[in-house]
Design a protein around this ligand. Structure first.
Ligand SMILES: Cc1ncc(COP(=O)(O)O)c(C=O)c1O
Length: 442
């Protein structure tokens, strides 16, 4: 196979490195010397600076639910822009989006906006603390809730050795620069370990403001919640007056119209939304019950921001939610994703590679050569072969299919993906796994 031509990409990346730390705007985008530089995107495809086309399963880490540059979204945004973008006043578009979110998402009576998932979880946590007058938060290992200091502990990039024992997990700081005092506010537990959660809450409930959870672990290969896990969080929160925050930044408007709250029938007191809400435009939202959202109060409990509810984001959300509510976009994703999950499973089985596929057709992960099965938590996931996965994904990329080389990040699907794209992906995967095995076992 002839190697891809990447001259423009490489020269642009050198320029980027000269003016941007590591040549990227977010650490997660750094792939080493061959970090991609992307020039454009449309539908299910992206093109790099050399004009190479890839079927895109990263989808910007999830937001692109309809497809890149969706004409319906672009039109709404363009119309909105003609009237300006920011007013620092309530405006009709944001009212309508809030009404839609409340209508689509179980458990949402009221909505406040933010601009990113990070901001949404930051605000949700403050609301929970104000509501309960308590300070600590339970999070689960391998779950990621954004870049702010309160929750950047024991995420899916934490080395296994820093996590402590299964009996007494440690909250491991994920970055230099986070004040050490923050660690005292975080109780890190193990995803799907209902006993550990139960023991911890019953012993320490009086200090706990919130339990925050990714309802599908979208930052660790889309591991599913074990039966009863979300329900038990709900039950403990009800029993002890703790605020349940379902972080739906990845699942919201993707795995079902009403996100995980609809799919699993469990409502958080607060839900955080971002990514698929606006098909890639920066709009995020915190939604929740009247009781908990009622904690927000001018002059007493602060929430807001200059860009919150901006018209461009709201217009993009309105167009996106329109399509999701009134077309079979999510059913198309479900159908193509089911074929893809099955097909990838067959390719790997035929190649003799042990694997586990986790998640749902709209977002799923592959763990190769797992030594612990089923894969239920972050510690299980670490007992696998990420290097072979990376070889596989990079070999697929050479064949025109892009997914994230880090196995913890799921494949995402968009409605623009066609059956022919799925076929092309499976052919690429079939060749790529052979190439990957050859390189890996060399
Ligand atoms: C579950 C979850 N919460 C929060 C965030 C942070 O969102 P953002 O990158 O928009 O700040 C992410 C990002 O991937 C996420 O997956």
């Amino acid at each position: 196979m002839a190697p891809l031509k990447l001259d423009q990409t490489r020269s642009l990346f050198q320029r980027a490195q000269a003016v941007m730390p590591w040549g990227v705007s977010s650490n997660f985008r750094y792939w080493g010397d061959d970090t991609p530089v992307v020039a454009r995107a449309a539908g299910a495809y992206i093109w790099d600076a050399d004009g190479n086309r890839y079927i895109d399963y990263r989808l910007a880490f999830g937001p692109i639910i309809l497809g890149h540059a969706d004409a319906r979204v672009t039109q709404r945004v363009t119309e909105a822009l003609a009237n300006g973008n920011l007013y620092a006043h309530t405006h009709p578009l944001e009212i309508e989006v809030a009404e839609r979110i409340a209508a689509m998402c179980p458990g949402v009576d009221k909505v406040r906006y933010a601009n990113s998932g990070t901001e949404a979880t930051l605000h949700a946590l403050r609301i929970a603390r104000a509501h309960t007058n308590r300070e600590k938060v339970i999070k689960f290992e391998g779950c990621y809730h954004g870049f702010h200091d309160y929750l950047l502990f024991s995420t899916s990039t934490t080395p296994g050795g820093s996590l402590g024992s299964r009996r007494s997990p440690l909250a491991a700081q994920n970055s230099s620069g986070i004040p050490s005092a923050m660690r005292d506010l975080v109780i890190s537990l193990i995803y799907n370990d209902i006993d550990l959660l139960d023991r911890t809450v019953r012993a320490r409930w009086a200090e706990i403001a919130a339990i925050i959870v990714e309802p599908i672990a979208g930052n660790m290969a889309a591991i599913m919640p074990a039966p009863g896990f979300l329900e038990h969080i709900r039950k403990l929160c009800d029993e002890y007056g703790i605020v349940m925050i379902m972080d739906e930044v990845k699942t919201g408007f993707r795995i079902a119209r009403g996100g995980a709250a609809e799919r699993f029938g469990v409502r958080g007191d607060l839900m955080t939304y971002a990514k698929s809400l606006a098909n890639g435009f920066p709009l995020a939202a915190i939604g929740g019950s009247n009781a908990v959202m009622g904690t927000i109060e001018p002059g007493r409990m602060a929430q807001g921001g200059t860009y919150c509810g901006n018209a461009v984001g709201a217009a993009a959300a309105l167009a996106t939610l329109d399509v999701l509510a009134h077309t079979d976009a999510l059913e198309q994703i479900q159908a193509r994703g089911t074929r893809l999950m099955q097909g990838l499973g067959e390719v790997l089985t035929e190649a003799g590679v042990e694997h586990e596929i986790t998640g749902l057709p709209a977002m799923f992960g592959l763990t190769l050569e797992p030594r612990v099965r089923p894969v239920r938590d972050y510690r299980d996931m670490l007992e696998s072969n990420p290097a072979l996965y990376e070889h596989l994904i990079l070999a697929m990329r050479e064949r025109g299919v892009e997914a994230e080389p880090d196995w913890r990040e799921p494949f995402f699907l968009c409605a623009a993906l066609s059956d022919a794209d799925v076929d092309e992906t499976l052919n690429a995967a079939n060749d790529a796994i052979k190439a990957a095995k050859a390189v890996y076992h060399k």
